[in-house]
Design a protein around this ligand. Structure first.
Ligand code: PBG
Length: 329
């Protein structure tokens, strides 16, 4: 049978290459970068060995490396010092993200700069939206969706003003893509794209990120606005809504436990799709590798290729630089 002959032939020589169906490329990768206040800071995140928080002035060397390695874009997360109830430091012109974007764009104008649009790192309560109601005794609370939309629009505008090429709303508020699109279009930023976190699940795999971005909710959890991991049809509805609202790229997040969702979204919409291989996916492989329980390079390439094989067009990953060094295309 031809099938078994091919299997035998593939074990050596060029057949393996010719028969390869999916290939991970450096040009598929987006590197998340955490930016903090202050000067001269480059601090490793304890729960994410090999990942750092940079102050704006120490970003240049990191971004230079990213550029040299051929990684097309970075995704900026801010870790501000001042927090309040309305996340005002998220849309300040001198906010840490706005300054970082200006700095990167000044030095590397053709590197793609994507900015996270959310409230959780900028609010004292650590939720992704404005709190509309809270009962301290029962622990019940509600997010004010519509008030949050206004803030998300302001954040996106300020980031576009700083020079961001694309904004990435991760708050999971209803109508957030529409609100941001209107804010951008109404202010002359028609060419700023939106990558929406369309199917973002409430996940245990965000743990290390919350340490990195200091964004853990002080009470309750995010299950009222993030998705339940038992569901995939809901993901299709979320993606459909975001595509209708004007998203340019939709995202599934996390990636590794959601390969089926990635595949289904890709098949149902045939729309540009990104997958976020989140902090917990990074840290668990890193921890095992540090104990020599797993071979990091092989495991990482297998994981990221599986995400590509599932149907992602691009992958947001903390391994972007390492992978670029390993595969360099
Ligand atoms: C916050 C946000 C989170 C991540 C990206 N944006 C955390 C959360 O929702 O709690 C997680 C990314 C990661 O774990 O790498 N809106």
């Amino acid at each position: 049978m031809e099938f078994t002959r091919l299997r035998r032939l593939r074990s050596k020589g060029f057949f393996r290459e010719l028969l390869r169906e999916n290939t991970l490329l450096v040009s598929d990768l987006i590197l998340p970068i955490f930016v903090v206040e202050g000067k001269g800071r480059k601090e490793e995140i304890p729960s994410m060995p090999g990942v750092y928080r940079f102050s704006v002035d120490s970003l240049k060397r990191e971004v230079e490396e990213v550029k040299k390695l051929g990684i097309p874009a970075v995704l900026i997360f801010g870790v501000p010092e001042s927090k309040d109830e309305i996340a005002s430091s998220a849309y300040h012109q001198e906010g840490v993200v706005q300054r970082a974007v200006r700095e990167i764009k000044k030095e590397f104008p053709d590197l793609g700069v994507i900015t996270d649009v959310c409230l959780c790192s900028y609010t004292r309560h650590g939720h992704c939206g404005i709190i509309g109601y809270e009962n301290k005794e029962s622990g019940r609370f509600e997010i004010d969706n519509d008030k949050t939309l206004k803030i998300l629009g302001k954040i996106a505008l300020s980031q576009a003003g700083a020079g961001a090429d694309m904004v990435a709303p991760s708050a999971m508020m209803d109508g957030q893509v529409n609100a941001i699109r209107e804010a951008l279009d109404g202010n002359g930023y028609r060419n700023v794209a939106i990558m929406s976190y369309a199917a973002k699940y409430a996940s245990a795999f965000y743990g290390p990120f919350r340490e990195a971005a200091d964004s853990s909710p002080r009470f309750g959890d995010r299950s009222s606005y993030q998705m339940d991991y038992h569901n995939w049809e809901e993901a299709l509805r979320e993606v459909e809504a975001d595509v209708k609202e004007g998203a340019d790229i939709v995202m599934v997040k996390p990636a590794l436990s959601y390969l089926d969702v990635i595949r289904r979204v890709k098949e149902a919409f045939n729309f540009p799709l990104s997958a976020y291989s989140v902090s917990g996916e990074y840290s668990m492989v890193k921890a095992a590798a540090q104990k020599s329980w797993i071979e990091e390079k092989k495991a990482v390439l297998e994981i990221l290729t599986s995400i590509k094989r599932a149907g992602a067009d691009m992958i947001i990953t903390y391994w972007a630089k390492g992978v670029a060094e390993w595969i360099g295309d």
